[in-house]
Design a protein around this ligand. Structure first.
Ligand SMILES: [Fe+2]
Length: 188
């Protein structure tokens, strides 16, 4: 049996909510895409949490789980916004696999650095989707869903920083770096 997930992503129930049907339809469809990506992201974070190796094992194992727990909360947040708008939440793992915008997690890595980079790539893709969703929900004047996207986007940006801080260059600034930093920043 095959399920037409896409058809169900656009299902609407009658509701007394005062948002126009067309707005609800667009937002529910968008939220279902987000739901798929969020479910996928959560399982990928767990994949890294379980399989990371190396000298930084424990702190990365903990960090990945902390982010996974936050992302798990977003699954419920987005799914219940869908139902609040009279929509139908398409939230199974099979639907997530079919509709997620994220690439599959690499199975051939195990070092901390490789896991951090793989997760940073995926958080960046997810963050881009959230920022696009902020624009779309703003355009159709759904301030509440917009606010939800803004809140999640801000935390994802912070978590991306947490990951990228492991990858960015370290060490003392050279004299040359210091001189460059004293130059005024060009304003365009
Ligand atoms: Fe665990």
């Amino acid at each position: 049996m095959s399920t037409n997930y896409q058809q169900h992503q656009r299902r609407l129930y009658p509701t007394r909510i005062d948002l126009p049907t067309d707005t609800r339809l667009q937002v529910v469809e968008l939220l279902n895409q987000t739901l798929a990506a969020t479910t996928d992201l959560k399982t990928q974070l767990k994949q890294a949490h379980w399989n990371v190796k190396g000298t930084d094992f424990f702190q990365l194992h903990e960090l990945f789980d902390e982010i996974a727990t936050e992302v798990e909360g977003y699954i419920d947040l987005f799914a219940e916004r869908i139902t609040a708008l009279g929509g139908y939440a398409v939230g199974t793992t099979r639907a997530a696999a079919q509709f997620s915008i994220l690439p599959e997690y690499p199975y051939d890595i195990n070092s901390g650095e490789d896991h951090v980079a793989a997760l940073a790539d995926r958080l960046a893709i997810y963050g881009k989707h959230l920022r696009e969703a902020i624009d779309k929900t703003g355009e159709v004047n759904d301030a509440d869903t917009n606010d939800m996207y803004v809140e999640v986007s801000r935390t994802i940006d912070m978590r991306l920083w947490f990951l990228e801080a492991h990858l960015q260059p370290t060490g003392r600034l050279t004299e040359q770096d210091g001189a460059a930093m004293k130059q005024p920043v060009a304003v365009k």
